[in-house]
Design a protein around this ligand. Structure first.
Ligand code: FAD
Ligand code: SF4
Length: 475
């Protein structure tokens, strides 16, 4: 074993510097700084090089983490980057926004011995950011070119990962998206302070430079039919994500000033990208965000940065049951967000047609329900009032109906697309699906994984189509 490793006993865990909350509240810039070279090497050397690497097992991409940590500690940064990029199409993006505490870092063995986990995500980010800086990330030049093509609906992480893998193998790829920019939720959902949009755009630019064709502002089902797409391409991948916002069920839920989360976040991201957006912001307002997931955390922190007078988050369960990333919740608290746990909206009041307050019930945790999750029940006569000029609903997302896009496709009882779990093929021949539209609302790293896996099977499918075509031509 290299002397450079197992330094966790002598070297403390050290994350890249985080900007002070008073400073970062004033802008939309990322809040974590970069590792300097020496720090990255030092932190990588803390890895204990486990024989059975639990970090790798708990990374959805099964990234070869111990190997690239060792290469980093030895100063072999280009090789470390190559090892990390071999299994991940966007390592610098995952390094920034994966909930590492629930994935790779959450299973780091040295954490169990009280030494603090290896900072895997930050090192992954450092490796790729360095690769971009040094010019090691180049457009793809496929070794062979095939004439057959794949149409991908959705330019989110699932669609983009699949596009890259398929182009790498030499297929012609066209990605269709209804938005004016590629990236899916990476560009229009997740705010800039978590993921700088330049990081996303340099990835999509590389794919364009690699010969992938992007057709933007194209709503498949409305601007072009699904059947037309199947005529044009020998395989189609549906990677359309999930966008039907769950609604609030209480009196006043549709009052003026009550808005769903995604349009609020999209408008904020568009403003950051330089677009002229007329819609209202949170500036000067008392903002109440309802929900406890990543979307809710992004809304409260966006409202803070837009200059809200106050920001309150109402969540009906307790902090332990919150689905949002622990790290992002802690960041929101530092930035001044008031969290009211075990609080559920009972009614939204308005004054002259505009929202004025939220009446909430105090809740308590009840028995486990059929799903194994604790139920919540309202505590009688325990309501309280929160003043509000803007209420943001961040209660999660379900899949949109497939009617209008493709009627005959099989869906699950949750409305997600039914696929063969190994091949990602739907009930329609040569039509595949990946990402949130098959898993339900999930994580970027899972979308990448599914995009890669689907691409592998699309590749096999196209190869056999080619062999069959050649056989027919020879007969
Ligand atoms: C606010 C928010 C914050 C999040 N934060 C995190 C985080 O910090 N970390 C993390 O890991 N995950 C996070 N997630 C989850 C993550 O963003 C998703 O799991 C991931 O983006 C799913 O990828 P996807 O490619 O399946 O779909 P998406 O990223 O949703 O992309 C789907 C694309 O398909 C396009 N599309 C849909 N229908 C059509 C159509 N008919 N025609 C053409 N185009 C169409 C859409 O415009 C979109 O661009 C967050 C989600 C949200 C909403
Ligand atoms: S992709 Fe995510 S889970 Fe996997 S090593 Fe990177 S940060 Fe950890």
């Amino acid at each position: 074993m290299s002397q450079k490793m197992l330094q966790f006993v002598n070297t403390e865990r050290d994350m890249p510097q985080k900007r002070l909350s008073t400073e970062r509240k004033e802008d939309f810039l990322e809040i974590y700084g970069d590792y300097i070279d020496r720090k990255a090497k030092e932190q990588a050397s803390r890895c204990s090089q486990c024989g059975v690497p639990f970090c790798q097992n708990h990374c959805p991409l099964e990234n070869n983490i111990p190997d690239w940590l060792k290469l980093t500690a030895e100063g072999r940064i280009e090789e470390a980057y190559a090892a990390s990029a071999a299994t991940n199409n966007m390592p610098e993006i995952c390094g920034r926004i994966c909930p590492q505490d629930r994935l790779c870092e959450g299973s780091c063995v040295i954490e169990q011995s009280g030494h603090g986990t290896v900072t895997i995500g930050s090192i992954e980010r450092y490796l790729s950011d360095t690769a971009w800086k040094e010019g090691w990330v180049k457009p793809i030049i496929p070794q062979k070119e095939y004439a057959l093509s794949v149409g991908i609906i959705g330019a989110g992480p699932a669609g983009l990962a699949a596009a890259e893998e398929l182009r790498n193998k030499g297929w012609q790829v066209t990605v269709y998206d209804r938005h004016d920019r590629a990236g899916g939720l990476l560009i229009y959902g997740i705010p800039n302070f978590k993921l700088d949009k330049k990081i996303v755009q340099r990835r999509t630019k590389r794919l364009e430079d690699s010969g992938i064709n992007f057709v933007l502002n194209c709503d498949v089902g409305a601007d072009i039919t699904f059947d037309k797409l199947r005529e044009k391409h020998q395989a189609v991948l549906i990677a359309t994500g999930v966008y039907k916002a769950r609604d609030l069920q209480c009196p006043g839920a549709n009052a003026e000033g009550v808005t769903p989360a995604l349009p609020f976040l999209i408008n904020s991201n568009k403003r950051g990208l330089g677009d002229k957006i007329k819609s209202e912001t949170a500036e000067g307002k008392n903002v109440v965000v309802i929900g406890g997931g990543d979307t809710a955390m992004d809304c409260v922190r966006t409202a803070v940065r837009q200059g809200a007078k106050s920001v309150t988050c109402l969540y009906r369960r307790d902090q332990t049951n919150m689905p949002g990333s622990r790290r992002e919740t802690a960041n929101a608290k530092e930035e001044g967000v008031d969290f009211r746990y075990l609080a559920n909206p009972k009614a939204i009041y308005d004054s002259k047609g505009k929202v004025s307050s939220v009446l909430a019930n105090n809740m308590r945790i009840g028995q486990k329900d059929q799903s194994g999750r604790n139920s919540v029940e309202a505590i009688k006569d325990s309501s309280f009032d929160v003043p509000a000029d803007l209420v943001i609903k961040a209660l999660g997302f379900n899949p949109e109906s497939m009617k209008g896009l493709v009627d005959e496709i099989a869906v699950t009882r949750w409305g997600t697309l039914k696929v063969n779990p190994v091949t990602f093929e739907t009930n329609l021949p040569n039509v595949f699906a990946a990402g949130d539209i098959t898993r339900g609302a999930s994580l970027v790293v899972w979308a990448i994984r599914e995009g890669r896996d689907a691409a592998e099977h699309i590749h096999k499918n196209l190869k056999s189509q080619m062999i069959n075509d050649e056989k027919i031509a020879a007969e």
